[in-house]
Design a binder for this molecule. Structure first.
Ligand code: GTP
Ligand code: MG
Length: 214
């Protein structure tokens, strides 16, 4: 019982800070997405492709969340966008306080789009509001088509599903129609994009959709 109480208090505090973040983002007119997925689904690859696609059209900033290393921040920094790396030292998700700290190191004025890449984990980040406008969940074909059913919270709390690595479909047992059906069964409101960060397929459709929201 005590543990439940503590968890609720932690989440209540997080929600309070997330609202403060949301207010900050509203003031600077910055559209914020929280990129979530299992490790290796392609969050950083999607981010690289999205930056490439939107460069020159809008100003983008990035917060990278990782358990260890600044490898993803290094990848993103090559695109000449402001990036802050958060290292959780074993923590399996970002929280609103960590994002608040990262935001204090960024100049948000004039930034149209802030992308927060969460720690690779399909469970824990689902419960933590960071103050984002929406969660974007990346599910890659290599993970199989049953993941929305097995990890429903993430798909329920997301607004967008990016199905990545569609270039690999011929080599896998993943059924694309089944994957989409399972995701929409959990959350019928999901906007779904099929992409390959390797071939670039579907990236324009996703980037245009995102651009229209900034
Ligand atoms: N074939 C194929 N490989 C891809 C695609 N997208 C990403 N990859 C590869 O998948 C691996 C993981 O991609 P990342 O973008 O690092 O994945 P991530 O979700 O950011 O990983 P973490 O940050 O560690 O959770 C890399 O080797 C990518 O090159 C794709 O569309 N097709
Ligand atoms: Mg990454």
């Amino acid at each position: 019982m005590a543990i439940v109480t503590i968890e609720r208090k932690v989440l209540e505090k997080n929600d309070e800070l997330a609202e403060q973040n949301r207010e900050l983002f509203r003031k600077s007119a910055t559209f914020v997405i929280n990129l979530v997925s299992s490790p290796g689904s392609g969050k950083t690859s999607l981010l690289e492709k999205t930056i490439e696609s939107l460069k020159g059209k809008i100003k983008i900033a990035v917060i990278e969340g990782d358990v260890q290393t600044d490898l993803d921040a290094q990848r993103v920094a090559k695109f000449d966008v402001p990036v802050v790396q958060l290292v959780t030292n074993g923590g399996c998700h970002l929280d609103a306080k960590l994002v608040q700290d990262a935001v204090s190191r960024l100049e948000l004025d004039g930034v149209n789009l802030l992308v927060i890449e969460n720690v690779g984990n399909l469970v824990c980040p689902a419960g933590y509001d960071l103050g984002e406008a929406m969660k974007v969940v990346v599910a890659s074909t290599t993970e199989g088509d049953d993941k929305p059913l097995k990890y429903p919270a993430m798909f329920r709390n997301a607004s967008v599903l990016i199905i990545n690595k569609i270039d690999l479909l011929p080599y896998l047992n993943c059924n694309l129609a089944e994957l989409k059906k399972n995701a929409l069964q959990i959350n019928p409101n999901l906007a779904v994009f099929e992409v390959s960060c390797t071939t670039g397929s579907g990236i324009k459709e996703w980037s245009d959709w995102l651009f229209a929201r900034t």
